[in-house]
Write a protein that binds this ligand. Structure first.
Ligand SMILES: [Zn+2]
Length: 105
């Protein structure tokens, strides 16, 4: 029955969204801890020079995904953090470089 399938599909996508919120919440709380440590000089933050995301544990978090109160703190920390490159940008930059090499001959 199509209506039933639609309902299941919607339930599944809602579950998927909820899961990604949980992951984000976990990242935000671990970011909060990292920010506290960084402010006291205990941790050196790394941010991606290409997309600007901050490294949080093994993940990379966009500043605008953080609550507004912490975005201000995070922005101050980005200025003091080390430039790095996240895996996504690394892959893209590598691909672009290879495309350029192929074009240039
Ligand atoms: Zn990046």
């Amino acid at each position: 029955m199509p209506e039933y399938e639609d309902l299941v599909a919607r339930a599944l996508s809602a579950q998927e969204r909820a899961r990604s919120f949980t992951v984000d919440a976990a990242r935000v709380s671990s970011l909060a801890r990292i920010l506290r440590e960084a402010r006291t000089g205990g941790t050196m933050l790394v941010h991606c020079a290409w997309c600007g995301r901050l490294q949080v544990g093994r993940g990379w978090l966009r500043l605008d995904a953080i609550g507004s109160g912490q975005t201000r703190i995070a922005k101050q920390l980005v200025r003091r953090s080390t430039h790095g490159i996240c895996p996504d940008c690394f892959e893209r930059v590598n691909r672009d470089a290879e495309a350029n090499r192929a074009e240039g001959g």
